[in-house]
Design a protein around this ligand. Structure first.
Ligand SMILES: *[C@@H]1O[C@H](CO)[C@@H](O)[C@H](O)[C@H]1NC(C)=O
Ligand SMILES: *[C@@H]1O[C@H](CO)[C@@H](O)[C@H](O)[C@H]1NC(C)=O
Ligand SMILES: *[C@@H]1O[C@H](CO)[C@@H](O)[C@H](O)[C@H]1NC(C)=O
Length: 214
């Protein structure tokens, strides 16, 4: 039933001309999990070539923004400068410590903004934060392999209100503030020891390019 719905969805996309002329011949889920499914999609290109796609279909809770998750760029501006908050987290898929933006899953009926503030509260105990920017659209996390989608928000907060985190999985997550003016230098240092999430790396490169560092 679900794969039938997926086929309908893809046919719908195709019919709207958004499918780049791909015709979906078959969509199967040979492996169904609790958080994600393994999905195999067979398609035909305009020229008649048959292709096969293997994707990780992440299970999305029904919510107004229709995304799986949200990444938060948490900014603190005080007398000594501008700082961004990152998490150093041990990640099982890559078996590595990874520098990431605070992020979380969007729950049922929750907006991405609400999810970001909830995660920040859970991770840092922080309450008085302002969401000063929210992406209008959705950002795929790895569009060639998965249908996982997220939004990005910018949260401004005052460092004095941040409490030390006591997350449930505290052994696996460490908050890390990095000053904007040191960010590129710090990332270059950290990348010799840890993996850096793609969006964090791109963010740091953007700042380095702006500052003429690269
Ligand atoms: C989500 O919202 C819908 C529509 O208002 C409602 O029927 C449903 O019970 C809600 N689900 C949860 C888990 O709150
Ligand atoms: C959040 O917004 C309120 C109201 O505009 C403002 O008073 C407060 O200073 C803001 N806090 C931060 C951390 O920007
Ligand atoms: C500003 O915030 C950063 C990050 O939380 C903190 O390390 C620093 O001590 C703060 N500076 C002042 C003057 O409060």
């Amino acid at each position: 039933m679900r794969s039938f719905i997926s086929i309908l969805f893809f046919l719908h996309v195709y019919a709207n001309g958004e499918g780049a002329g791909l015709e979906i011949l078959q969509s199967r889920k040979p492996c169904v999990g609790k958080y994600s499914n393994y999905k195999v999609i067979q398609f035909k290109t305009k020229s008649g070539k048959i292709g096969r796609w293997e994707i990780l279909n992440t299970i999305r809770h029904p919510s107004p923004d229709n995304v799986n998750g949200v990444s938060a760029i948490v900014r603190v501006r005080n007398a000594t400068g501008t700082y961004f908050l990152f998490n150093k987290q041990f990640r099982v898929p890559t078996q590595s410590w990874t520098i990431e933006f605070p992020a979380g899953v969007v729950d049922t009926n929750e907006t991405a903004k609400e999810a970001a503030l909830r995660e920040l509260r859970e991770e840092t105990g922080y309450h008085a934060a302002n969401v000063t920017f929210e992406s209008k659209g959705r950002q795929p996390t790895f569009s060639s392999r998965t249908d996982d989608l997220q939004k990005h928000v910018l949260i401004d907060c005052q460092s004095t209100d941040l409490k030390q985190a006591s997350p449930e999985d505290e052994e696996l997550t460490y908050p890390l503030f990095i000053k904007e003016s040191d960010l590129w230098h710090e990332i270059r240092r950290l990348e010799t020891k840890y993996d850096i999430a793609s969006n964090v790396y791109t963010f740091a490169m953007g700042i380095a390019i702006r500052d003429g560092l690269i």
